[in-house]
Design a protein around this ligand. Structure first.
Ligand code: FAD
Length: 492
């Protein structure tokens, strides 16, 4: 899409685009709306909820615009494998354009949604060159998901990155691989120990999966590759304030997962709260002892701390809530009606993790909500019977605990170990998008199992240690640092 000067008024009935002056900035802006009379659906977010809504509209007599700030659909359940070097990022992030290539009624726009004008029925967004865009709709489906939340301690983000995006996964891969390189170079025992200490805060599926794979990397994959350091000495800690790991799983599976983690060399610390996190490590406090109020806090020196503990709704939810006057829960998720619409705005549907309520923030919920939203729109547009209120069909839940071990609670079965792992692998490959990605991922898994090696172990001096130096000097932090590295990479 070429930039349009203020005086250029395009009225292109073939593409249905109309460029209008933008009065907010004086810069060229675009209002896009259906010119041919077809019902226009704008979907914000191409994650599980948004993508399944778009796909569900394939045969509906509507024109769909999918807007995302990234150009890919991210298969988050396998992000931990990118972060630990098992698979490459392309396998979990197919381009949205290619996924939707065959669906003629969809256009895909790379832009960041910044606001909503529900009266004018437009979505406001910024193009990558920061040009403001206004995109008109008849029905709006918003599926922008959640982001990492630090329970009021945003300053911890500096020292304890989360795992939500591809950028996070690349960042963590550099942290983790760089830590072993730094341990190899360390001549001070305490410093080496800190480089070899990995703490993951939050013992849900992501925390369990990450620690299982970091421990496997340290204890099984890397030992033969290093000369000065024994990577087997690495301390991998999984920590949670609750008295149990994986609280959504049945007791027997939780016990199994905890025992599998210990076999892999993970130290499981439940009932343990993070009190302070900084670039040198963290301070923790037991929450289950009778002397909890008086016992001294413990300081853990660790150069890699990963936050997998909390989420809150992505900022687009704030914008939508203010535009609609909608109610939100304590973590900013939106309260919706039984048909997933915003109260008072039947033309605005919300799907996925950003909905408040009891349903877990997992992919099947988002996918079913996406499909439901599509069926509702199609019924409204074609005048057919409206579907009944949304109901989630729970097919179960699962998590891996290192290679060849997974726990599965699905279809009435409770399985662990290798059998669980096979089920887990089959289901994840089934939902991974694209046959190419499925084959490549399967091949990587088989290679990893047979050779005990990982193919994505790339790190350089900049990423291994300089980030820490830069942070110490207070020059750059978190995402800004990533930006800076990217610019540097691009420059040369
Ligand atoms: C590390 C990790 C592991 C997980 N493992 C599992 C698992 O094993 N099984 C499982 O079922 N679930 C798992 N989940 C949860 C699952 O991925 C989510 O429930 C699911 O992705 C929610 O879908 P969604 O469409 O609501 O949001 P998302 O999939 O997060 O999609 C949101 C989309 O909105 C876009 N977006 C956000 N803001 C804007 C904006 N302002 N403008 C434009 N675009 C925007 C984002 O770029 C993104 O593409 C995991 C999640 C994570 C982070």
């Amino acid at each position: 899409m070429m930039p349009v000067a203020m005086s250029d008024a395009i009225d292109n009935t073939t593409t249905g685009l109309t460029a209008l002056p933008d009065d907010r900035s004086g810069v060229a802006g675009q209002a896009r709306h259906a010119a041919g009379g077809r019902h226009r659906v704008v979907v914000v977010g191409g994650g599980f909820g948004g993508l399944y809504a778009v796909k569900g509209l394939a045969d509906a007599p509507v024109d769909v615009t999918l807007i995302d700030r990234v150009n890919h659909h991210l298969f988050q359940p396998l992000l931990y494998q990118v972060a630990t070097g098992i698979i490459d990022e392309g396998s979990v992030a197919p381009a949205l354009r290619s996924v939707l290539r065959g669906q003629a009624n969809v256009e895909v726009l790379l832009a960041e949604v910044t606001g909503f004008d529900l009266a004018a029925r437009t979505v406001q967004a910024l193009a990558p060159d920061e040009r403001p865009l206004a995109i008109g709709y008849d029905t709006l489906i918003v599926a922008t998901g959640v982001q990492t939340d630090y329970f009021g301690h945003d300053e911890w983000a500096e020292a304890a990155p989360g795992l939500k995006s591809l950028e996070d996964a690349r960042w963590l891969r550099s942290h983790i691989l760089g830590a072993f390189e730094m341990a190899e170079l360390a001549d001070d025992a305490a410093e080496r120990r800190a480089w070899l200490t990995f703490v993951v805060v939050g013992a849900g599926p992501t925390g369990v999966e990450l620690t299982g794979e970091i421990a496997t990397l340290a204890h099984r994959v890397l030992p033969r590759d290093f000369r000065n350091v024994s990577t087997r000495e690495a301390q991998v800690i999984l920590m949670d304030g609750l008295p149990t790991i994986l609280p959504r799983f049945a007791e027997s599976l939780r016990r199994r997962a905890a025992s599998d983690l210990r076999t892999l060399g993970v130290e499981v610390r439940t009932s343990t709260l993070a009190v302070e996190i900084d670039v040198g490590g963290m301070t923790v406090r037991r929450s289950d002892r009778s002397d909890a109020g008086t016992a001294p806090d413990e300081r853990l020196a660790a150069h890699t701390i990963i936050w997998a503990a909390g989420v809150r709704a992505a900022p687009a939810a704030d914008a939508l809530a203010s535009a609609a006057g909608a109610a939100r829960d304590r973590i900013g998720r939106l309260v919706v009606g039984p048909d997933l619409s915003l109260p008072g705005h039947p033309e605005v549907l919300v799907v996925g993790d950003m909905i408040a309520g009891e349903l877990p923030g997992i992919a099947p919920v988002a996918m079913q909500e996406g499909r439901y939203a599509a069926s509702l729109v199609e019924a409204r547009v074609s005048g057919g019977p409206l579907p009944p209120a949304f109901r989630y069909h729970d097919k179960g839940t699962m998590a891996t605990v290192g290679p060849r071990r997974a726990i599965v609670d699905a279809y009435g079965l409770r399985v662990g170990g290798l059998a669980g792992s096979v089920m887990w692998a089959f289901i994840h490959l089934y939902y991974l998008i694209g046959w190419g990605n499925r084959w490549v991922t399967l091949l990587r898994w088989l290679l990893q199992m047979t050779t005990r090696n990982r193919s994505n172990r790339l790190v350089d001096v900049e990423h291994a240690a300089s980030w820490r130096e830069l942070r110490r000097r207070g020059e750059v932090t978190g995402p800004r640092l990533w930006e800076r590295m990217r610019r540097k990479d691009g420059a040369g």
